[in-house]
Design a binder for this molecule. Structure first.
Ligand code: CP
Length: 313
């Protein structure tokens, strides 16, 4: 594998999930694979799980890890071709990506959507800028439109807790006071499209995700109806997509409650706002898988890094 930019870069999700579960049983079995190799983790945005689990995954593979908070410590990068750089940006992605490639064997990047400029966000200028100019593999640690390490961890978690041939999995929008990106929901949808499951998306009317991502997925605007006979409920807020980045709905009736959940397992990528997205009694119950999802972030990242290391020349 050269880069891991999207969950669709995986050639077989069932095979990867099986391999990740095997790695989880013996996490240091490939301790020599990353010897004398360095990964650079570049954060343009905040993180807890991604930062620590990717670092842990690299350490399990014997790699050295460099972490940089690019957002507030790096030079402001320019991405435009031919720009006269007499304004706010100090360094061009062309130099930055090539320079970092001399220090690192793999570069992993977190760069969220601005939520103010849809076209710019969808161009993935940071991720694609590094992909274009770096001379080493690139890993997406959450970009404007996708969070494929999270989706792989979610696939592992679903496999660990599924007891049916064809489970019912519901992705539910839930309220949030701030404008949040679409990345986690997008990658979850794409991951579910690689699964044999009954998959339903529920959200208030007008909160459709990008139709190029959801394609022919079932969308049910009645949350209660969507939750009927669900085996897994995956909650996530996203801001409005058509009125790009706007918060047009904070209806508390969309919060996930124990009563609504029934016997379903609860999933969320974290961080989560208690009693806004989901009530305490769900998170504090045995039905919540959120801590295991976070644990599986390590094995998702470790599998991705292992695949890349195996293909390094
Ligand atoms: N789920 C997730 O990506 O968590 P962080 O934002 O804390 O990394």
């Amino acid at each position: 594998m050269k880069n891991y930019l999207s969950i669709t870069d995986i050639e077989s999700l069932p095979k990867w999930v099986k391999e990740a579960r095997s790695l989880k049983k013996n996490p240091i079995t490939n301790k020599d694979l990353g010897a004398n190799k360095t990964i650079g983790l570049l954060f343009f945005n905040n993180s807890l799980r991604t930062r620590l689990s990717t670092q842990k995954a690299a350490m399990n593979l014997g790699m050295e890890v460099i972490v940089m908070n690019f957002g507030n410590e790096g030079w402001a990068l320019e991405y435009g071709d031919g720009t006269i750089m007499d304004q706010g940006t100090s360094e061009h992605i062309k130099e930055a990506a090539q320079v970092i490639s001399q220090y690192c064997d793999i570069i992993a990047i977190r760069a969220f959507a601005s939520l103010t400029d849809k076209a710019k966000d969808e161009s993935e200028e940071v991720l694609n800028g590094f992909k274009k100019y770096a001379t080493v593999p690139i890993v997406n640690m959450e970009s404007s439109t996708g969070h494929p390490l999270q989706a792989l961890a979610d696939a592992i978690t679903l496999a660990e807790h599924n007891t049916k041939d064809r489970p019912k999995v519901v992705l539910s929008w839930a309220p949030h006071p701030k404008a949040l990106p679409h990345a986690v929901a997008n990658s979850f949808v794409q991951m579910m499209q690689l699964q044999d499951a009954e998959f339903v998306i529920t959200h208030p009317e007008g909160y459709e995700l990008d139709p190029n991502i959801t394609k022919d997925a079932t969308i049910e605007h009645d949350q209660k109806k969507a939750f009927e006979n669900a085996d897994f409920v995956y909650a996530k807020n996203w801001s409005n997509y058509s009125n790009y980045g706007m918060v047009l709905n904070q209806d508390p009736d969309w919060m996930i409650t124990k009563d609504k959940l029934g016997d379903a397992k609860f999933m969320h990528c974290l961080p989560v706002r208690r009693n806004v997205i989901v009530e305490d009694s769900v998170l504090d119950s045995q039905q919540s898988l959120v801590i295991e999802e976070a644990n599986n972030r390590t094995y998702a990242a470790q599998l991705v890094l292992k695949k890349i290391l195996e293909d390094l020349e």
